[in-house]
Ligand binder design. Structure first.
Ligand code: NAD
Length: 249
């Protein structure tokens, strides 16, 4: 088992078809104690209960709210006393054109993806530093690399590009503490975030540009997250793992 008895927090992991949930299931199958950290407390608790194995936890958290992050972290540390892995997965998108973005849209998208990634990382770093080990995995997007063109607006591309920069800067700063920080840039994966946002024709056009000839599945991202979270990636930090079927290379 690749994550035996490791404590792994995954944000935004309550959504049943989401990348976070698939990652939580795979991590639990690999022996991890998983903390599902999502907006709704009951949904997080239910998602944690449904995981294979025992000792998981569901907590309510808005990753963009510093007080809530601190509160949740106290609960997590009281139960486990350590944190080995953080997956910064929570994110939202809005399919807007540049001239339609108002400051409320900007704040909402940037707050979850970018501020959330910073606040959650700041919350786990002290424990990881103490342990002299830890892995932080940040979910960015191919939209950051291509300038969108899938379903998110320019502010989403900006938020996800910000995540890439933040992750690399943290990787550089924290390597000496035994903490690795890496990113995944998913292509178009079939989850609730994409559900209903694309017509069949749009989907077919996107697939025509994907060398592997299909949209991604949540498990494709979960496997990449497992690699980066575990010792399989013990000499990788500051990297960006493209999981997009060849859509961007
Ligand atoms: P999803 O909508 O299924 O899941 C997102 C989860 O984040 C939900 O459970 C939601 O409740 C949670 N969330 C939203 N705001 C939150 C907040 N403030 N605090 C805590 N949790 C919050 O979406 P998904 O497709 O599984 O996306 C997961 C991540 O992958 C996101 O960061 C998304 O931007 C990224 N991504 C997805 C795709 C794709 O094609 N699905 C592609 C590239 C990147």
């Amino acid at each position: 088992m690749l994550l035996k008895d490791k404590v792994a927090i995954i944000t935004g992991a309550a959504s049943i078809r989401g990348l976070g949930r698939a990652t939580a299931v795979l991590f639990a199958q690999q022996g991890a104690k998983v903390v599902i950290a999502d907006l709704d407390e009951q949904a997080s608790i239910n998602a944690a209960k449904a995981l294979p194995g025992e000792g998981h936890l569901g907590v309510a958290i808005n990753v963009a709210d510093e007080a809530q992050v601190q509160q949740a972290m106290e609960k997590i540390l009281a139960k486990y006393g350590r944190i080995d892995v953080l997956v910064n997965n929570a994110g939202i998108t809005q399919p807007l054109k540049v001239m339609d973005i108002q400051s409320g849209h900007y704040d909402a998208v940037l707050d979850v993806s970018l501020r959330g990634t910073l606040l959650m990382s700041q919350a786990v770093i002290p424990s990881m530093r103490k342990q002299k080990s830890g892995s932080i995995v940040c979910i960015s997007s191919v939209s950051a690399q291509r300038g969108g063109g899938i379903f998110g607006g320019p502010h989403y591309s900006a938020a996800k590009a910000g995540v890439l920069g933040l992750a690399k800067a943290m990787a550089r700063e924290l390597g000496n503490d035994g903490i690795r920080v890496n990113c995944i840039t998913p292509g178009l994966i079939q989850t609730d975030i994409t559900q209903g946002k694309l017509s069949d024709t749009q989907k077919a056009n996107i697939i025509a540009g994907i060398p592997l000839n299909r949209l991604g599945e949540a498990i494709d991202i979960a496997r990449a997250a497992l690699f980066l979270a575990s010792d399989l990636a013990s000499y990788s930090t500051g990297i960006t793992l493209d999981v997009n079927g060849g859509m961007h290379m």
